[in-house]
Unconditional design. Structure first.
Length: 311
């Protein structure tokens, strides 16, 4: 009989394409991992790996076996989760992913509430881009992730959390009053600074600006510079190098910098819908519902505090 250990080693080999790195990721020696792969091949009666000097490649049948192995490994993790978390909501280990344009602004709001209400929860966080978070959820490396909806994946369920409107961040020296509403066509796209390729926030901002291009009947123009983090983008805006579209949840933090100010956009105001995503087969739906309620409450409390300060 094949074993889950063998499938786990094959999965690691498929990801890393190298016996040494696969063994390191599984915390075993390379000979031990290689022996298990050979035992798997003998049991199945097929070659799953094409061994070459310096690297390794899965055969066609090996790739299909590795794909099916991922499904079995995910199902086995879900089975363990089902048994372990019957005792209570948000207990034990939960792995959560968050997109970079959300993590530094949302996590400080929710972590204190989670710690006080669910002291037995051991939260493990990963911050990376949407594409990788979805892959990590599908292969079981993550339990859930918070990111911008929609997510068009048949094996993924979603839970809407809150709407996050966009604001236009400009240098404090900008002559426009902060009570003004700005139309999309009034944004100078040649001075637009956004996150680098791969960030969903960049795509959403460009989609909004494209509406102005279409309404003008022109092809647009100018250079859209990319940065690796919102903090870097805001530093460039503060230095007078351009403007940017920033989510409300980030603006509440970045507003502390007197070198920038924020202008609201004309109705209908653009924004993004933030949600929690997880595997459709996950047995931890009650955990995700409880986590979602904490997020919603934290965002409402933060919004009320911000409004009170500005009022």
């Amino acid at each position: 009989m094949i074993t889950l250990r063998q499938l786990r080693y094959l999965s690691a080999l498929a990801r890393h394409g190298h016996f040494g790195r696969a063994a390191e990721s599984c915390s075993v020696t390379q000979p031990a991992l290689s022996m298990q792969i050979r035992d798997l091949e003998r049991t199945l009666g097929v070659a799953v790996v094409e061994r070459r000097p310096g690297d390794v490649m899965l055969t066609d049948v090996g790739r299909e076996i590795a794909r099916r192995a991922e499904e079995l490994l995910t199902a086995s993790r879900d089975l363990v989760d089902f048994a372990r978390h019957r005792s209570g909501v948000l207990t034990g280990r939960l792995t959560l992913g968050v997109i970079p344009s959300l993590a530094p602004y949302l996590l400080p709001k929710i972590l204190p509430l989670l710690q006080s209400r669910f002291p037995e929860l051991r939260l493990e966080l990963r911050e990376t881009q949407t594409r990788q978070l979805i892959e990590d959820i599908k292969n079981g490396a993550l339990d859930a992730a918070m990111l911008a909806l929609p997510v068009d994946e048949p094996d993924i369920d979603t839970m809407a959390l809150f709407e996050d409107l966009f604001l236009l961040a400009v240098p404090a020296s900008d002559p426009r009053r902060d009570t003004m509403r700005v139309a999309a066509e009034d944004i100078d796209q040649s001075r637009l600074i956004l996150l680098e390729d791969g960030h969903c926030l960049r795509d959403q901002a460009l989609a909004f600006c494209a509406t102005a291009t279409r309404s003008r009947g022109s092809a647009g123009g100018g250079t859209v510079f990319g940065a690796s983090s919102l903090n870097t983008v805001m530093e460039m805006v503060a230095g007078g190098y351009g403007v940017t579209l920033i989510p409300q949840i980030a603006a509440d933090v970045e507003r502390r910098d007197a070198r920038v100010k924020f202008l609201r956009l004309e109705n209908p105001q653009p924004g993004r819908s933030i949600g929690l995503v997880f595997r459709r087969t996950s047995p931890r739906k009650a955990d995700f519902a409880a986590l979602g309620e904490v997020v919603k409450e934290s965002v409402k409390i933060s919004a009320a505090k911000t409004a009170a300060k500005r009022g």
